[in-house]
Design a protein around this ligand. Structure first.
Ligand SMILES: Nc1ncnc2c1ncn2[C@@H]1O[C@H](COP(=O)(O)OP(=O)(O)O)[C@@H](O)[C@H]1O
Ligand SMILES: [Mg+2]
Length: 257
């Protein structure tokens, strides 16, 4: 049976979507079958990293949650949209990446937010995806902070990755997230420090964060100008395979496995 992994941060812009997308490629390159679910219903975006044009898409996660389609309808095999050398290597190794995008239509976002939906449908979706697509992992790109689907996703997860920056606001929020995860008995919890400035020592930051949050730090990712320059147009892990940031993503994939 595959595993459910949530990637969360208390605040937005921390790097969740980029990490989830790059991590999915790192795992798929090892022959793993992945579904990436965009549960950031309020502010979706991970489809951009996979180059999926939502104008060409008939169904999204919103339609499923509103009971308008099956869970399979908004599943898109994005392995094909990766650069040719990867789109061939990944399937050859048995890997695959499926994306379940969230809607970018204002009315569909507001309908979900105002009317709500049966939260049990989300649980069912993860289970059905794992079974039907014979997945190794469901990777959940969450909305920052806490809402119902985020709490549900964390509670259901086999592993939770919490991303933070070295920012006092992130620290307080992360402490809260870690407390919630521990109360929900998430089996595996790891912290990822992202956008670390070059004047910090990664090892010292790791030690200090582990002491503060009483949780393992499973990645310290530098603030990388090439990542900023990519501007979510491409996947860093593919573009800069040997880069220290890509190596950190690789370590994270190993930690999950
Ligand atoms: N390690 C990093 N170095 C530099 N920029 C980064 C890094 N990680 C993410 N970013 C940038 O930060 C912005 C927000 O990232 P995103 O993944 O959308 O965050 P979130 O999903 O948490 O809101 C994007 O422009 C992305 O390119
Ligand atoms: Mg995001």
């Amino acid at each position: 049976m595959g595993q459910i992994i949530s990637v969360h941060s208390f605040r937005g812009g921390t790097g969740k979507s980029n990490l989830v997308a790059n991590l999915s490629v790192a795992l798929a390159a090892q022959g793993k079958r992945i579904a990436v679910v965009d549960t950031d219903i309020q502010s979706p975006g991970i489809h951009v990293l996979f180059n999926l044009d939502l104008k060409q898409v008939n169904h999204t996660l919103n339609d499923y949650l509103l009971g308008r389609c099956s869970v399979e309808a908004p599943v898109f095999d994005v392995t094909q949209s990766l650069p040719p050398e990867r789109s061939q290597v990944i399937p050859r190794r048995g890997g695959a990446i499926y994306l379940i995008p969230s809607s970018m239509k204002v009315d569909e976002i507001t309908t979900i937010l105002s009317e709500g939906y049966d939260i049990g449908l989300l649980t069912q979706a993860f289970q059905q995806l794992l079974q039907h697509l014979k997945l190794d992992y469901v990777l959940i790109d969450t909305h920052p902070g806490f809402n119902e689907e985020t709490l549900l996703s964390i509670g259901l997860s086999d592993a939770l990755v919490v991303i933070l920056r070295t920012d006092q606001q992130d620290f307080q929020g992360t402490a809260l997230t870690v407390r919630v995860a521990k109360r929900l008995n998430v089996p595996k919890l790891g912290l990822v420090v992202n956008k670390l400035l070059p004047d910090f020592n990664p090892q010292e930051v790791k030690t200090s964060m582990e002491k503060t949050f009483e949780a393992p730090v499973v990645g310290v990712l530098p603030l990388e100008t090439d990542m900023i320059r990519l501007a979510s147009r491409d996947l860093f892990y593919l573009k800069f395979p040997g880069h220290p940031l890509s190596q950190q993503i690789h370590h994270l994939a190993d930690w999950l496995a």
